[in-house]
Ligand binder design. Structure first.
Ligand SMILES: *Cc1c(COP(=O)(O)O)cnc(C)c1O
Length: 217
């Protein structure tokens, strides 16, 4: 388990980029990981976790949250409209807001509950047809629409195409955020989180570098 090492690298990357210590939130992405690994990372003091499926998260986190106080859970994967209610009840932040119908549902739940998870709008910076997210050219308009619904939009999120230099995508996301007055940037994974921090990431989503590789069946 290399949580300490990853934390040290985040701290170093903050310093290298002239950023304040603690300005980057490390999200430990625990999807698909065996429970004993997740427990070990909790026992080591990590409290911010990311999951990419509502169902999987609902199956394991309520019991873990009973045992470990102060857990903050982030949804980093796609959100189907019929799972929004469950998602707003379970997650402290949602990084995959990418369409108006979902925004409207989230706004309805926020109204009912008097509270909303923090929201990040996912931008498909590589304009990949198979990938979720609003297109870069549609981002400004979508941000305006979400704000008109009174949603707590904290920032933007991207997943760069695997075969491209992530730096270009990090820079693009940072530019869109800056011109819209958004301070949150959810970008950077195990292979590139230091680079993302150099480009202004406020939330890095690191899975395998903390937990080891995921065993999909
Ligand atoms: C799985 C996942 C991650 C973590 O990926 P690693 O390469 O294991 O760090 C980050 N972001 C999203 C959206 C993911 O689905």
């Amino acid at each position: 388990m290399s949580l300490d090492e990853i934390r040290a690298r985040v701290t170093q990357a903050e310093a290298d980029a002239g950023r304040a210590p603690g300005s980057v939130t490390l999200i430990a992405v625990s999807k698909v990981q065996p429970l004993d690994r997740v427990e070990a990372v909790l026992a080591a003091g990590q409290r911010v976790f990311g999951e990419n499926r509502v169902q999987e998260a609902a199956g394991k986190w309520p019991a873990l949250m009973d045992r470990f106080a102060g857990v903050e859970l982030h949804l980093i994967g796609p959100l189907q409209s019929n799972k929004t209610r469950q998602a707003v009840e379970l997650f402290d932040a949602i990084h995959s807001l990418d369409r108006i119908r979902l925004a409207q549902r989230l706004a309805d739940h926020a109204q009912e509950r008097g509270a909303s998870p923090d929201l990040f709008i996912q931008v498909n910076t590589g304009e990949e047809p198979q990938k979720a997210g609003v297109l870069p050219g549609e981002a400004d308009g979508f941000i305006v629409e979400c704000r008109a619904l009174d949603l707590p939009v904290r920032g933007l999120m991207c997943i760069p195409p695997v075969e491209e230099t992530p730096a270009l995508h990090f820079a693009l996301l940072a530019r869109i955020a800056a011109r819209n007055g958004l301070s949150g940037l959810s970008m950077g994974m195990s292979d590139d989180f230091e680079q993302a921090i150099a480009f202004g990431a406020t939330h890095v989503r690191v899975g395998s570098a903390i937990f080891g590789s995921r065993a999909y069946d």
